[in-house]
Ligand binder design. Sequence first.
Ligand SMILES: Cc1cc2nc3c(=O)[nH]c(=O)nc-3n(C[C@H](O)[C@H](O)[C@H](O)COP(=O)(O)OP(=O)(O)OC[C@H]3O[C@@H](n4cnc5c(N)ncnc54)[C@H](O)[C@@H]3O)c2cc1C
Length: 296
Amino acid sequence: MEYDIAIVGGGPAGLTTGIYAARSKLTAIIFDSGASQIAEALTIENYPGFKHVSGEELLAKMRKQAELAGVKIADELIIDILKDTDYTLLSTSGKNYTAKSIILAMGATHNAGIKGEVDFIGRGVSYCAICDGIFFRDRVVAVIGGGNTAIEEAIFLAQHAKKVYLICKNLNADPALQDKAIENPKIEISLDKRVVEITGDKMVGGITMMDYKNRERMNLSLDGVFITTSIPVNQLAKKLGLETGNGGYLITDHQQKTNIKGIFSAGDITGGLKQVVVACSEGAIAAMAAYDYIKG
Ligand SMILES: Cc1cc2nc3c(=O)[nH]c(=O)nc-3n(C[C@H](O)[C@H](O)[C@H](O)COP(=O)(O)OP(=O)(O)OC[C@H]3O[C@@H](n4cnc5c(N)ncnc54)[C@H](O)[C@@H]3O)c2cc1C
């Protein structure tokens, strides 16, 4: 069977695309390899309609809604997409699928590979200041990174936290943003440093840093660590020849169209504000744009 829409990625973006596609009477299939970032969120408090919800629960509800709407969900990893008149998707299951249009919603990965990082996710290690900053009121935290996102997060966190360390090799954010961080009395910038370990008991208690110049190690007591690394899962997109911008994020227009006709993209893989509500919104827009494309 040929589907109208094949969606690669079953996180909030892909599932919302599926719901909108099915409600527009399009045949849709979602492929998912089961690594949605939302599942790592212990509590989500900024998704409208839910005061507190765990990421896992919200994801399960979205998935159920997509299935009830009539979307087929295949727990399979897509390894290649071939373009002819339509598209053929190759899965690790050995099966091939064809579709008239494609939505790429493969998300991003945040893991910085620091020793102890994974052990403390949700217990002091966070990847999102906007989501979790409020839990660190009057606490001491560190932001790892020296780019725009890191500095924006440090400035945001300084509104809640008692002290914010910004730890990086060097600052490479916009100069105006750097000045804001330098001028903020709550932010202390620590250059030429690499975080080698996150330590603690039940919760984060501190970090061990190494100096790039003299390789000396030093410990810092902390209540929270914010990691700003974010790498888009763009390998399939690159193979297809899709345009990427800063940091490898896919470039789309206001209808989530990529530079290749019939291919749309939504969610964290397109960069911008990486939040569930944004991923859902882009997924809805992508579904409607794909509808217009299919119906000509
Ligand atoms: C710890 C943590 C806490 C967070 N807290 C919040 C919060 O409180 N509020 C908030 O709004 N946001 C929060 N976020 C951000 C939020 O989770 C993301 O913005 C959101 O999940 C992005 O959705 P997405 O669909 O674009 O990508 P994802 O959720 O990452 O989903 C992408 C999916 O694509 C699949 N995939 C990738 N490649 C393939 C392939 N080749 N074939 C098949 N499947 C594939 C992956 O397995 C994954 O399931 C948090 C993120 C983290 C990591």
